[in-house]
Design a protein around this ligand. Sequence first.
Ligand code: AMP
Ligand code: MN
Ligand code: MN
Ligand code: MN
Length: 290
Amino acid sequence: MTTKNRQYIDLHIHSNCSDGTFSPAELVEQAKAECLVTIAIADHDSVAGIPEAWSAGMERDIEVIPAVELSVQYKTWEDVHLLGYGINFTESRFCERLNGFREQRERRNIEILQMVNNKLADEMRTEIDLSEVLTFSRDAIGRPHIARALLERGYVDTVEEAFRRYLVPCNVPKYYWPIDDAICEIQRLGGVAVLAHPTTISDDRQELHLVIRELAAMGLDGIEAFNNLALPNDMEYLRRLAEELGLLVTGGSDFHGIGEGQKIGRGRGGMRFSANLLAPLRKLISQRNV
Ligand code: AMP
Ligand code: MN
Ligand code: MN
Ligand code: MN
């Protein structure tokens, strides 16, 4: 196959329905400019962006795979991220559960904002109103929206600085969905459950191997071997591990529209994600939907 014929995808993109800055339609536009053939909008605890991305994708001839990114827990590993692909995202029980998570997010972010405001008051700075934070999201609110408010006020120069100075010290624990339940839920919706950016679980290969092996035994379908947090040797390691455990492999940028070094359709060092990753994913989605 010549370079000209190669096709590229991005299976992990955030819209302004969670903590991305661009609307789903704008993301489809950007995907078109990058010549991507398939994308997945995988917002945190929200599927609200999918219909808009879908219709924009139809106009632009870009396939949009419905997706979601859930915050889950496995044993003592908290804030593990699980992607669900090909889900029946309008199913009512699932939508109710997501509603519950978003309500919890809102309560948590009010508490975090209160702590951030106490810190700002100590620094003789004007406090931030919740309404300012809410303007940044159409659906699921998160700490990055408080980061953006801090940025807009000129209190920090980057989102990373907002996390370092305010959001990490003022963090409030989140509720995490038990991973076995989340995997079952994704599969119940005809979807495929994929572990996002696996190296965030551990830098230690032995530990990572153990966790992924146990998750595979539990029913996990795949791992996001190609992502913008993994180094090239991590990606190769994850690809082999997937092969060993019979898991499928996906790739995505985790593009939020903000943050250093993020680009739609690109991983670390400008790497692209091959459309060859799609066949096993599509096959499993169609098997789940017979
Ligand atoms: P939340 O779900 O509200 O706890 O926010 C977590 C989100 O914040 C992640 O999905 C990332 O997008 C972002 N995030 C977490 N830590 C950092 C950091 N140190 N710098 C920039 N963004 C971060
Ligand atoms: Mn995020
Ligand atoms: Mn994530
Ligand atoms: Mn993500």
